[in-house]
Design a protein around this ligand. Structure first.
Ligand code: MG
Length: 257
């Protein structure tokens, strides 16, 4: 099932994305998708609503250098222990929202990533239970101020500025994430193309590693790293992240007003 979060007539709702006679429709969900829920049968055309970030995470935990080719392109080794960092909740935007070019950077980069959405509170998750704590998957862009990342020891500003975490367009609950294509285009031109099977550490490895340290809550998001091909974003660019079996997350880059 594809679960979208959207606003309609000033209200926020979740809906299951389905094919309708004239395009995609949303079957409005009764309740929230982290517990047992029912579909209401009330359907609205997707074109009539504004999609919101598919989740409002309590935290976004991101993993760096999880594709060997990408680590190499920036002159880095794959680390012995996964590099983990946070992106704040204020960095999260949805499909169609604008990425605001931050004033302290002259080198903004796209990073297409598979995002894991957590479905239940968990800590110290054993490998064989990882699938039980995952609600589904969505597309992410770990937008990075690369110059600030090189300049500053911690990446809080470089990867945590407002609008640096586009997520969407919806959560796919039935995906097997082991080997799907992940692609990034800028203005329609392909920049990144990889497969999740190239990840150094799998989704299971990453959830075990993170929950060894901290509790993950329903709606929390784990970013799993980006394949090779990262590169610049400029004001006016349209960047799209497409993951096989999920869909496409599109955002435009604007100057911060
Ligand atoms: Mg990244």
């Amino acid at each position: 099932m594809r679960i979208a979060r959207f606003s309609i007539d000033g209200n926020v709702a979740f809906g299951a994305v389905e094919d309708g006679p004239d395009g995609l429709v949303l079957d409005i969900i009764k309740g929230i998708p982290y517990a047992d829920f029912e579909l209401s049968g009330t359907k609205v055309p997707l074109s009539k609503v504004r999609l919101l970030p598919p989740v409002l995470p309590n935290k976004v935990v991101a993993i760096g250098r999880n594709y060997a080719e990408h680590a190499a392109e920036l002159g880095n080794e794959v680390p012995d222990v996964p590099v983990a960092f946070f992106k704040p909740t204020t960095s999260v935007i949805g499909h169609g929202d604008a990425i605001e070019y931050p004033p302290f950077s002259n080198e903004l980069h796209h990073e297409a990533e598979l995002a894991v959405v957590i479905g239940r509170m968990c800590r110290e998750v054993p490998r064989e239970r990882v699938k039980d704590v995952i609600l589904g998957y969505t597309c992410a862009n770990d937008v990075t101020a690369r110059d600030a990342q090189k300049r500053e020891k911690q990446w809080a500003r470089a990867k945590g500025f407002d609008t640096s975490c586009p997520l969407g367009p919806w959560v796919e609950t039935d995906l097997d994430p082991a080997d799907v294509t992940i692609q990034c285009t800028v203005n329609g031109e392909q920049r990144q193309l990889g497969r999740t099977s190239e990840m150094v550490r799998s989704v299971e490895d990453l959830i075990v590693h993170i929950t060894e340290a901290m509790t993950l809550l329903p709606g929390d998001v784990v970013l799993t790293g980006t394949p090779a091909g990262v590169g610049p974003l400029n004001v006016g660019d349209e960047v799209a992240v497409t993951i096989e079996g999920i869909g496409t997350l599109t955002n435009k880059v604007i100057k911060r007003g």
